[in-house]
Design a protein around this ligand. Structure first.
Ligand code: B12
Ligand code: SF4
Length: 460
């Protein structure tokens, strides 16, 4: 939905300030004039000495490689980001134009590159030297309080509420990273591991610096991009206290663990401070799977915690994982029903992924009949990708009946009060345009009939 800025790239660009004559920060999702590769290459050619590219996830990885391969040879290409770090070898192989890959966190490393330090002395990079690829040792992870928050004045676009290209309401978005790392060790999760397999110790910024950054932002809706914003409940409470004291009026979304239900005072303060939505990893209804994933709670605890959480005017989006090692179809399909039982407002279901450094890799590779693709997708002799995809859709459709969308709107408008009256009016007036654009999109993709059937009749 293009709601949030590329936080990692913004941190790196801010760190690079003052070390280049001019820095242009570009979020290509918001550069329609450069959507065409020819135009993008023409823009780069002749104007740019160093091209710094962030690759955060799998999506469009091949397209990015194709684009990078067209960059003229005289331009130095530096690539960083989660995916680039995980795929160092593959990236060098696929893109002859890439000179340097910055592995892991890049703020200090980019400075040394731009200052012209000898490449063999820069920690945390892999680089091309003639026909060889050199890998320097890892860079120790810095204390996050030493890093400057992203300089928003570098942005060339706003992040506002648009769906399918239609502006829905005058709401703008931003993201704030208050801490890096997570003190827990769920086995499927690589959030708190950087992709080198190096555990990121939980490192939190001071309460004042976080609230100062929030206060300085124009955006009305802030996502706190921390792996778990409430990892240190006392600190989270202090942040809420300061937001309330400074009368900052913003709406917040954050990723949280279920255990937050143990802190009623914190929950009350969160509501007062403007927390409207929590993204919570529930993962599975089944005790044996929760244990396999080392999640740290069981089904009874989920039910108990949700009984408490639903009393607060907060929108809860639950993440679930299906296609776990040894999981039956019946167990997977129970997710939709379970989500309804506990009272979560919305769900997102993902197939189990086994990334390069996932602690579950060994178990997956040693489980007869299970296979992991190069892209980290897990499938088995019993459940192919296609079969899992179909199960995923069935889970989704058990939960997302048309009445669910009404409930979601109701909760956001009347209970959570995410939207103001003016925003709702703007939303209503945009609805016909939005509806037409969605229909046009589905017709363009040749799947209008199928989509209508799946939404209103049944999941095929
Ligand atoms: C918040 C978040 C989101 C937010 C995005 C908010 C935003 N501002 O962009 C939302 C909810 C939208 C989101 C969506 C998705 N996300 Co997400 N997300 C995260 C999360 C938790 C934090 C990202 C962040 O802000 N990190 C902080 C910054 C500072 O770190 P960073 O981005 O890595 O950048 C540093 C370095 O990588 C490096 N660097 C980065 N770019 C560059 C460039 C250069 C030139 C240099 C030198 C260095 C450099 O320096 C940066 C500063 O230190 C991460 C997990 C994590 N802890 O990182 C997952 C994560 C990035 N997401 C992930 C995934 C899978 C997704 C989704 C595909 C989920 C889905 N199934 O839909 C979607 C993809 C959306 C899309 N664009 O297609 C995965 C990617 C895994 C992978 N191997 O591909 C991660 C790693 C989580 C995980 N382990 O599963 N996500
Ligand atoms: S799933 Fe959440 S709580 Fe568990 S390690 Fe990952 S970020 Fe931490």
């Amino acid at each position: 939905m293009m709601l949030f800025p590329p936080t990692g790239l913004e941190y790196v660009a801010t760190s690079a300030m003052g070390l280049a004559d001019k820095i242009t920060l570009m979020d290509l999702r918001h550069e329609p004039d450069l959507a065409d590769t020819e135009k993008l290459i023409a823009f780069i050619t002749g104007r740019i000495d160093i091209l710094c590219v962030s690759i955060g996830w799998d999506r469009q990885f091949d397209e990015i490689c194709q684009m990078l391969n067209r960059v003229p040879d005289n331009i130095t290409v530096v690539v960083g980001g989660y995916k680039a770090t995980e795929k160092v070898e593959e990236l060098f192989k696929a893109c002859a134009t890439v000179n340097i890959i910055v592995r892991g966190e890049g703020e200090e490393t980019i400075k040394e590159i731009l200052k012209g330090k000898a490449l063999n002395d820069i920690l945390g990079i892999s680089y091309r030297e003639n026909s060889l690829i050199r890998h320097n040792p890892n860079r120790p992870l810095p204390n996050v309080d030493t890093l400057s928050a992203p300089d928003r004045s570098m942005r060339r676009n706003d992040y506002s509420f648009a769906l399918n290209g239609i502006k829905i309401a005058d709401i703008s978005f931003d993201s704030v990273l208050s801490a890096r790392g997570c003190p827990f060790s769920c086995k499927f999760c690589t959030f708190s591991l950087n992709p080198l397999g190096q555990k990121r110790n939980y490192s939190a910024r001071s309460v004042d610096s976080v609230v100062d950054e929030i206060q300085s932002l124009k955006a009305g809706v802030i996502i706190l991009s921390d792996d778990d914003f409430f990892a240190d409940p006392k600190r989270a409470e202090a942040i809420c206290d300061l937001i309330i004291k400074k009368k900052i009026k913003k709406r917040f979304m954050a990723q949280a663990r279920l255990d937050i239900a143990k802190y009623p005072t914190l929950l009350e303060k969160m509501v007062k401070a403007g927390f409207k939505a929590l993204l919570i990893g529930i993962e599975s209804p089944h005790d044996w799977i929760l244990k396999q994933l080392n999640k740290g709670f069981n089904q009874a605890a989920i039910r108990k915690y949700f009984k408490i959480l639903v009393k607060y005017p907060i929108f809860y989006s639950g993440y679930f994982i299906y296609g776990n090692i040894g999981e039956t179809e019946k167990e997977m399909l129970y997710i939709g029903q379970f989500a309804k039982e506990i009272g979560v407002d919305s769900i997102a279901c993902n197939k189990l992924r086994i990334e390069k450094f996932s602690p579950l890799r060994e178990l997956a590779l040693n489980s007869p009949g299970y296979h992991v693709t190069e892209r980290g997708e897990l499938y088995s002799d019993k459940f192919s990708h296609a079969a899992l995809k179909k199960i995923g859709r069935r889970i989704k459709f058990t939960f997302f009946k048309p009445s669910r969308y009404v409930k979601i709107l109701w909760k956001n408008i009347f209970i959570v009060k995410f939207f103001s009256f003016k925003e709702i009016l703007s939303f209503i007036s945009a609805t016909p345009r939005l509806f037409i654009s969605v229909i046009a999109r589905e017709m363009r993709r040749g799947r209008l009939g199928d989509s209508l059937k799946r939404t209103f009749i049944k999941n095929a």
